[in-house]
Every structure is written in C-alpha cells, then in structure tokens.
Design a protein around this ligand. Structure first.
Ligand SMILES: Cc1cc2nc3c(=O)[nH]c(=O)nc-3n(C[C@H](O)[C@H](O)[C@H](O)COP(=O)(O)OP(=O)(O)OC[C@H]3O[C@@H](n4cnc5c(N)ncnc54)[C@H](O)[C@@H]3O)c2cc1C
Length: 305
C-alpha cells in the first residue's frame, strides 16, 4: 500500500535524539574543515577552534558539506529551480484532509499537506535562471511567494497566509549525479558520507530525506558489527556504499528528469501536461513505484550481508 507520510523535522529529530543517552549529542559543534587523517583517526577542526580526533566520522552535514568537499566531490549543481517552503500554524486545529494537494502552473508549481493536527506544510517550486540574492527576511520571502501564486486556489493562499514569517525559507534546488568512475568514493578511511552530503537530489520525487534515513539504516547495519568487533571499518563503509549506490544514483537522475518535466514553462507543453499526461497517464501506483523499497530493519546486533 502506498501512502505519503509527512513529519515535522523537529519532531523527527527530537524522537531520534530521545533514543540516545543524555549528553551524547554535542550541539552547536559546527565543522570548519577536516584537518588531516592518520593511523589514529581523522582530525576535525570546529568553527569555535576546538579539534576532535575521531575514529569514525559520519558526514551527514547536508548539501554544502565541508566533508564532501574534503573528499573531492564537486559542488552540487544548481538545476535552475528555486523553492519556497513554509509551515503554517493553526493553533485551533487545521481544517484539511490528510492528503497531498498539488497545483501546477507555467514554470511554477505548488503543494500543501497537513503534517499534524495544527501544522500544514506547503511548497512552491519555480524557474529562475540564477538563485538570486540570499535573504532570510521571512516577511519579504512570504510576500515574494504570495506574489508567485496570485490568483491561485484560495486554500493554498490561506495556508501561506497562516504561516509565521520565520517559518518561510527559500532554497536553490541542486543535485549531484554520482556517475560511476567519475564520482569519488563515498568513504575515505573512517570517514563516510550520508544523505544530502553524498547524494543531493532535487525534491521532485520527495525522496531526499527518505534516502538519508535509508542510508542511516543500511550504514548502521554494516558499521555496528565492525565497530563492536574492533575490525577495520573501511571495508564496512565500502559495503554500505555499494549497497546504497544502486538506489540513490537512479533516484537522483530520475528526480532531475521529472523536475525538468513538471517545471516546463511553455504554454502548449503545460496544456498537454495538465490535460492529458497528469489526468490520464499518471496513476498513483506507478507514480509512487520508486517508494516500493525495503531497506530492511535496523538491528545493530544483526550480521551485515
Ligand atoms: C523544497 C524541498 C522539498 C523537499 N521535499 C522532500 C520530501 O517531500 N521528501 C523527502 O524525503 N525529502 C524532501 N526534501 C529533501 C530533504 O529535505 C533532504 O534530502 C534532507 O533534509 C537531507 O537530510 P540530511 O540529514 O542529509 O541533510 P540536512 O537535512 O540538510 O541536515 C544537515 C545537517 O547538518 C548540519 N550542518 C551543516 N553544515 C554543518 C557543519 N559545517 N558542521 C556541523 N553541522 C552542519 C545542518 O545544520 C543540518 O542539521 C526536500 C528538499 C527541498 C529543498
């Protein structure tokens, strides 16, 4: 059975953090660079001047990962689309059915989905030759986003208007295709990349965070037995990469191609998309076929394949 689940980032992080012993996480430890690697481990330099010598480093630091840069990965490629995202707040309860709502325009598309009894997530993707000037002024971002969907369905506009200014962000959409033979390996010594740091993908299939979670499960399954046995972790990290590459590379490519299709601005192509392709050819089952993926259970004690 296929269904879409939406979860607030804060709730996901709090749930995961609650499974760790108190004090296990050192917050606000921003990595500046990888200072070196030797037989004792990898030396990390933090922005506050501290240095950490680590046996294993999981580079899950997102699209602008300093660890990926150190490993020789190219900068993610801007694909020509920007996104606004927001989280509407309905203190008295939100009024929507539990389903994803999509609205397509010319070179602009939007959607919204309830994530909890009081919160509704929305997004707008739009074409833009360059990412433009970076701003964190939430009120200005919200005005800009509302301008893009002027005259669009009332529900969407109402959701956007119910969003606190500081809950609106604007993001350039980027990806990086892990071409075999061209992309560097996902690990070097005891350092390994996970999630967007390794395989940034455009959000057109809604799979970036899902893949990051799958990575974490598969990595834990390979890494935990090696760490517990005191073995060299390099081999476990390579097995993680070879298991995950076949999943993340095709998805990154497919997400990029779907993005090119749904972001078309040409009016004739948009008419065909809205009149024929989406209503007649897109069925939820095949459209969500990429979500039929089983990454296995997370059991650190289980032997890895
Ligand atoms: C518009 C849009 C819509 C999306 N929709 C979906 C969707 O519907 N479904 C889906 O599955 N995915 C979606 N995604 C993708 C999803 O957001 C990402 O794939 C996911 O957040 C990746 O998780 P991550 O943990 O790898 O990286 P991030 O979520 O980016 O987390 C990286 C973490 O590293 C920290 N960090 C960064 N730099 C440093 C540093 N130097 N030192 C220490 N820490 C650092 C950051 O603070 C952050 O906490 C969407 C993305 C966009 C842009």
């Amino acid at each position: 059975r296929q269904e879409v689940r939406a979860v607030e980032r804060g709730a996901l992080l709090a749930t995961m953090a609650s499974k760790l012993p108190p004090g296990a996480i050192s917050f606000s430890s921003k990595l500046k660079s990888v200072a070196g690697q030797g037989p004792d481990g990898t030396l990390l330099e933090l922005q506050d001047g501290r240095q950490l010598l680590s046996k294993v480093v999981l580079g899950c630091d997102g699209v602008n990962s300093p660890i990926a840069r150190w490993m020789g990965f190219s900068e993610p490629r801007y694909v020509g689309h920007m996104a606004f995202r927001g989280l509407a707040d309905y203190a008295g309860g939100q009024p929507f059915e539990s389903k994803v709502n999509y609205i397509y325009g010319r070179g602009v598309r939007a959607g919204f989905v309830p994530v909890s009894p009081t919160k509704v997530y929305w997004f707008i993707c739009f074409n833009s030759e360059t990412p433009g000037r970076k701003t964190t002024d939430g009120a200005a971002l919200k005005r800009e986003a509302l301008e893009l969907v002027r005259g669009w369905p009332d529900d969407l506009v109402a959701v956007m208007r119910s969003t606190p200014d500081d809950a609106v962000v604007k993001t350039p959409l980027v990806d990086r295709w892990l071409w075999p033979g061209l992309a560097p390996p996902a690990s070097r010594g005891g350092v390994v990349l996970v999630g967007d740091a390794w395989h940034p993908m455009t959000p057109n299939l809604g799979q970036g965070a899902c893949c990051a979670l799958e990575d974490a499960v598969v990595l834990a399954r390979h890494l935990a037995p090696a760490v517990l046995a005191g073995d060299d972790v390099g081999e476990a990290l390579r097995r993680y990469e070879s298991e995950r590459w076949g999943r993340v590379f095709p998805l990154t490519a497919r997400a990029g191609l779907v993005g090119a299709l749904v972001q078309w601005g040409n009016p004739v192509v948009c008419a065909a998309r809205d009149g024929v392709v989406i209503p007649r050819l897109v069925r939820l089952g095949p459209f969500l076929e990429h979500t039929n993926f089983e990454c296995g259970l997370l059991d650190p004690a289980a032997p890895s394949a």
